[in-house]
Write a protein that binds this ligand. Structure first.
Ligand SMILES: C[S@@+](CC[C@H](N)C(=O)[O-])C[C@H]1O[C@@H](n2cnc3c(N)ncnc32)[C@H](O)[C@@H]1O
Length: 197
């Protein structure tokens, strides 16, 4: 795909997000994943990690009875969404999640590190966030629950993917159409959590 084309596409999703009232272009990525894999169930509880400004939470709230959204940055309120401003890698934040739910149906993470420009470092930070998202999934997901996580492809990616495979019945790496082609971000879609009691 040429740079011209991918910029046009990015612009298209940006305008569409504005037109449809989504807070972020990334909403379309979740919509595409949901259409294909059905990771969000009606009436479930969802943890949305790296949630701000709230595009994914807007989509998740259409399905869920409650969305627990977490981000370092503030987020404007959305009906059906409780927001925790905090670091998803810290115990204090997990305690706040615990105060809302002990078991959830899906954990979704679009968390990204601040891009430093040093890809090796950014990729390692992305994997670190994913490891924390998986840790949260392992604690909170009910048997059969679903997990979705954005990751930058690179050195540690295969090992992380393997770890996800050990915990879920179906795992698929997915590059949504709404992603920029130049970026190396990929979404790991995992369904059917095998809970270890
Ligand atoms: C691409 S944005 C998420 C967009 C969001 N999914 C949406 O649809 O609006 C990535 C987010 O990850 C958050 N983030 C990065 N590191 C984090 C951490 N340790 N804990 C919580 N949030 C984090 C950033 O603050 C940023 O808002």
């Amino acid at each position: 795909m040429t740079r011209w084309y991918s910029e046009r596409k990015r612009d298209h999703y940006y305008k569409e997000a504005k037109r449809q009232g989504y807070r972020a272009r990334s909403a379309f990525k979740l919509l595409q994943i949901q259409k294909r894999y059905g990771i969000l169930k009606k009436g479930g509880v969802v943890i949305d990690l790296g949630a701000s400004p709230g595009g994914w939470s807007q989509i998740a709230a259409r399905y869920a009875s409650m969305v627990i959204a977490v981000d370092l940055q503030p987020m404007k309120s959305i009906e059906g969404v409780v927001f925790i401003q905090g670091d998803m890698t810290e115990e204090e934040t997990l305690n706040k999640i615990r105060s809302y739910a002990s078991e959830v149906d899906a954990v979704i993470s679009d968390a990204s590190p601040n891009i430093s420009g040093n890809y090796t470092m950014d990729q390692a930070r992305s994997v670190w966030l994913c490891q924390n998202a998986l840790k949260i999934a392992k604690e909170f997901l009910r048997e059969g629950g679903n997990f979705l996580c954005k990751i930058f492809e690179g050195e540690d990616y295969p090992e992380f993917l393997q770890e996800v495979r050990q915990n879920f019945r179906m795992v698929k790496p997915h590059a949504p159409q709404a992603s920029r082609k130049q970026s190396s971000e990929i979404y790991i879609v995992a369904k059917g959590f095998r809970k270890k009691y």
